[in-house]
Design a protein around this ligand. Sequence first.
Ligand SMILES: Cc1cc2nc3c(=O)[nH]c(=O)nc-3n(C[C@H](O)[C@H](O)[C@H](O)COP(=O)(O)OP(=O)(O)OC[C@H]3O[C@@H](n4cnc5c(N)ncnc54)[C@H](O)[C@@H]3O)c2cc1C
Length: 417
Amino acid sequence: MNWSGSQRCDPARMLAPRTRQEVAAAVVEGPAPVRVAGAGHSFSGGAATAGTLLSLDALDRVLDVSGELVRVEAGIRLHALSRELLLRGLAMPNLGDIDVQSLAGALSTGTHGTGARLPILSAQVESVELVLADGSERAIGGGEELAAARVSLGALGVIVAVTLRCVPAFRLHGVDAPQPLEEILDGLGERADAHDHFEFWTFPHSDVALTRINDRTDAPPSRPGRVRAYASDVLMDNHALYAVSRAARAFPRAIPALNRFASSAASRRERVDWSHAVFASPRLVRFEEMEYSVPRERAAEAVRAVKAILERHPVSFPIELRFVRGDDVLLSPASGRDSAYLAIHLFEGMPYEAPFREVEALLSSAFEGRPHWGKRSFLSADELAPRYAGWDAFQRVRAQLDPHGRFANAWTRHVLG
Ligand SMILES: Cc1cc2nc3c(=O)[nH]c(=O)nc-3n(C[C@H](O)[C@H](O)[C@H](O)COP(=O)(O)OP(=O)(O)OC[C@H]3O[C@@H](n4cnc5c(N)ncnc54)[C@H](O)[C@@H]3O)c2cc1C
C-alpha cells in the first residue's frame, strides 16, 4: 500500500535483494511485471504489480565521491543521502518538501523542489546504472538514453545506482510569512526571481498566501532553542491542520470559514540551518494529491482559475505553487520550458475525483499542463504524448531496453502505451 492508502497490490513475489546479482536473478526469474517499490510515496500506481515487487532498501551505500560527482546506490533514502553528503562537505542543490523518498523513486517520477533557477532533481543525474530485462547491466552516461533514464517511470529497468552532480554544502535562511494573495500573484515572477527558493500555499476561500522564502546564507545555524521551536511549530501545524481537516470532513459547509481560520492562524517565523534540514518537513496528515506543471508565465492566471474551481468543491487543503527551471529530460514535466508547479490536495477520506478531474481538464486544455508522474492524474498515453517533444525518443529507448515489456505494469501501459 502507498503512503496515502489509495494504491494497493498483491504481488506473486516480494524480494529485497542485497546485491546487483540478486537484483538480476529476481528480474530474470520474475514473474513479470517486475517493479520496484521505493518508499511508497507516489500517489500514482507506478510500483503496483501482480508479478514481482522488489525493495532496494539494502542497496543504500555511497559508492564513490570524486569532487562534486557522487556515485550512490539507488535505494538510499534522501535524508540518509543528505547526511552522507554533508559529511563530505556536499549537498543536493535542491530538494522537495519531504526527504523520506528513495533516491531512485524520487528520480523516476521527476521529483522537484522550488527555485526558478533550479531544475528537477533528475537534471543533476550524470549517469544511471540499470539492470535490464535479461539480467544484464547497463551504465548509461549520455545521449538520448540518459535523457530517457533520468525520468524513466521504472519502465526501462531496475536502477541500481546513479551518479549525481552535487554542490558544496550550504545553509539557508528560511522565512515563512503570510502575505495578501493578490499582492503575491501580481508580483509573482519578480518574487520567484528574487529568491533562491520561493513558494506559497493558499487555501480555497482565503485571500492569504502563506509564503516560504529560502535564501543561501553564510550565517551560522540558528541556536538549538530556535531550531526546536521551529520544529515544534511545524508539528503544531500538522496537528492543527489535522483537527481543521477532520472538522471540514465532518461539516463540509463549514469549509470556507475553516479555511479562512487556518490561513489567519499562520504567523511569521524564520531560521537558519543546513539546506536539507530547511527543505524538508514532516508530513503527518494524509492526503491525496494532483500536481501540474504549467509554463511559468501563466502561473498567476492558473492559480486564480484553479482556486475558483476548488471553491465549488469541498476542499479544505491548500493549493501549493512552486517554480522550476526548464530542462531537456525527455519526460520531465518541465522539459523545454521554465515552469510553475501547481499542486492540489484533498484530506484523506474526502472525495477527490471530481475536483481533480475538473482541474486536470482546465490545466490540460487551457494551460499546456503536464502532470507530475508521482501524483494523481487520469490521463492516458494518447493524451500525454502530444505534450512531450521527447515522447517518441523515450519510446525508442524503452523499446530498445525493455523490448518485451518485462517492466510494464498496468500503470505504465496506461500512461506510456
Ligand atoms: C507527503 C508527500 C510529499 C511529497 N513532496 C514532493 C515534493 O516536494 N516534490 C515532488 O516532486 N514530489 C513530492 N512527492 C512525490 C514523491 O517525491 C514521488 O512520488 C516519489 O516518486 C516518491 O518516491 P518513493 O521512493 O516513495 O518512490 P515510489 O513511490 O515507491 O516509486 C515511484 C516510482 O519509481 C519506481 N522506482 C522506484 N525505485 C526504482 C528503481 N530502483 N528502479 C526503477 N524504478 C524504481 C517505482 O516502481 C515507481 O514507479 C511527495 C509525496 C508525498 C506523499
